[in-house]
Design a protein around this ligand. Sequence first.
Ligand SMILES: C[C@H](O)[C@H](O)[C@@H](O)[C@@H](O)C(=O)O
Ligand SMILES: [Mg+2]
Length: 394
Amino acid sequence: MSMPTIREVRAYTVRGGGADYHDQGEDHWIDGQIATPMGKYPEYRPHRRNFGLNVLGTLVVEVEATDGTVGFGVTTAGELGAWIVENHLARFIEGTRASDVEKLWDQMFNATLFYGRKGIVLNVISGVDLAMWDLLGKLRDEPVHQLLGGPVRDELSFYATGARPDLARDMGFLGGKMPLVHGPAEGDDGMERNLAHLAKMREAVGSDFWLMWDCWMSLDVSYATRLAQRAREFDLKWIEEALPPDDYWGYAELRRNVPTGMWVNTGEHEATRWGFRMLLEMECCDVIQPDVGWCGGITELLKISALADAHGRYVIPHGSSVYSYHFVVTRHNSPFSEFLMMAPKADRVVPMFSPLLLDEPVPENGRMSVSQLDRPGFGVRLNPDCELARPFTH
Ligand SMILES: C[C@H](O)[C@H](O)[C@@H](O)[C@@H](O)C(=O)O
Ligand SMILES: [Mg+2]
């Protein structure tokens, strides 16, 4: 088969869930009080929408091949991302061979280096890259996991992220990762309240269930060290993203400080092989957690993962639903996956990118068979009920 080229790229935005899963209505657990780097300002403490966690919205990138086949990818980037795709990246995408993902990635990254490197530009590059892999799978009539070398196991197993690990246990998950509620600005009282909550959850779930804390970049080395040491009593499995992403030195120190056996995990706000090289070479963490929609897409995640493997580290991607599943199932050093509980009360399993995608598989009893991923590309469709806007055209 001769490989078609890309005829057109289109960038759309959509609000309310989807890839910007923090873009939820009121009373969602994900927007309750959670420790954040903005928690030192009392007015921005009660919920994260206050300081604009949901400002970006979802970016949907569609790539249409000359034979009419359309691939798409989603990420968190909204209008800003749409502008970058339409006004800058389109020149590299259109006319490229649908299988030339490496060359396209290299061109997009190098052409944006003067204002990119991390953050929203890498989200956008990731979105385009996911669209290209989806297209390639559809053109070859194969799931993306086959394009990546094929599954190394028959099923995926999941831990749940949400406010109710006690309910996640009953739903069959391996463990529950809770948001830390109180940050350093809330002093000793906040520390005691965090520990009391962990104690209560350990009591509720028993001893054979993982419990973790997601600290969402909110702590400093001293607070995180004290928290981790005191959490040992309650068998905390890992402490996640305890520090700001640029504090590689702090992570290395924290990793030396935590009790033996407790993991220090991080990386969901890190990007590219160079960012992860810092985390790995500086021995910042036990597990890296790249988000395939933010770190550079599948093309870059393959490199990050190989680097982690050479350092003897697990790669447990952050969220990202099918975009993660197709990758995780092909890697020996990705033995389990995250599932984000997007039901407002974290009391039932709903698709992670709801309502944007149709056919999005979800775990049952904490597991998912690879056969649920056996559709061309990433195997999902855009929900026609979600109103897409195309703010810019080129
Ligand atoms: C619960 C955390 O604060 C984030 O909302 C969560 O999305 C992320 O950090 C995660 O690891 O899933
Ligand atoms: Mg996290």
